[in-house]
Ligand binder design. Sequence first.
Ligand SMILES: [Zn+2]
Ligand SMILES: [Zn+2]
Length: 466
Amino acid sequence: MTVKSEEKKTGKMACNSATCQSGCYGDEHSVDEDYQKRPPQPEDGVPPGGGNFNSDGLCIKCKVNETIATTHPAVSDGGGDRGRFCADCFQSNLFGKFRFAVTSNAMISSSDNVLVAFSGGPSSRLALQFVHEMQQKAQKNLDASRDRLLPVFGVGVAYIDESTIYPASSHDFDGTINQMELIVASLAPPAKQFFVVPTQSIYSHDFAAGKDRLTELVGAVSDITGKEDLLVHLRMRSLQKVALENGYTKVVLGTCTSRIACHVLEATVKGQGFSLAADIQYVDARWKIPVVLPLRDCLSEDLNVCCILDSLKTVEAFQQPRSGINGLISSFVKLLQEENPSRESTIVRTAGKLTPFCFKRIPEVGDSNGHLASKRRQKKYNLKPSESLPPESYCLICNSPLKKPNGTSSNCFRDGETSSEIYASTCSSCQYQILPKDPTSLENFLLLLPQSMTTMAKEAVTTKSC
Ligand SMILES: [Zn+2]
Ligand SMILES: [Zn+2]
């Protein structure tokens, strides 16, 4: 594989200058032409000559201003784009990557209502900021247009409150939520709804009963990595629930290159190679409300620097350190990245070679305009029509595609389903890492699972759409 071929696919290099080697995402409309003019790049993605840092200290895009590494000594350490761009070009480049991912994958349309998952950290903070900026631009265009036909997409923000699992004092909790509310309120207009969603809400609106059930469910997982992974899956179910109940049509995650690189190695170690391609796509339409990853091409260190440059407030009060296998891999990838600043991108690009699942794309809308736009996009960004078959079924815990339906058939989810049937609808990784080993605890564990998990598995088996 060469970087050149990969760049054509992602449409990187959008600057208008034929000589620019910045790897910038300035103008999405000149992708294909400029790619043609671009000189080949080495395998590791580091430009030839100046390495990651520009030798004369000038921004390689505008060639006028000094790079961030020179002008902002406080954020000069580390890799990423800060040694190559000035602050302005750095910010517009990062926004360009976001906008390119959104437009080339049709992540957000004017009729959408998008829900941004917000943890308070830099990645989701920036995802929120960029979605907001995009919304503002759409609003400006609407105001300027005479016919005012195209509506502006709506934006909501959701924070998943995991205090049942990771308790915090009510004083700290209230303070943090208050800060988040202020962040969201500062982005108006148009006003954005802010949801604080306790994880136990996946059970019912009776939070007290849900709290007990959730505590018991998580407490039944003895493996430290399994516990952490289960919480990730529950977080996604909670996001889906709040999006569904409030009329949202897309869920935006702040998942960046660095996080995906870790996930690639984690999944490999956990024996999830078959389903890995599902988790690293720009669009994940296997959920009822499709999930999109517009920051998939951004490094976490660049997102951090951008938050600092833009003085974007982040709230990190309840960020949990990763543990078990996930913790080990996070520190391993961090080391790799320190050695060579393009390692994370290389890991993600390499995993990107896996045959994707058919749900990597937002389902086509029925009208002919939507169809035409989609055809145009496919041509412009060299996208192939869906080339893979839909999976037979999904793991009811992690929603990973299962290789074969484990001997079960579509009629296995009748009333009075037995635990062994539910067990058969889980992937081997969940069986090994999350499900209790002895039959009595297993039976109890399966009873504690929220209904959304068992229902989704049922629907996946009965409706094989794609
Ligand atoms: Zn510049
Ligand atoms: Zn699973």
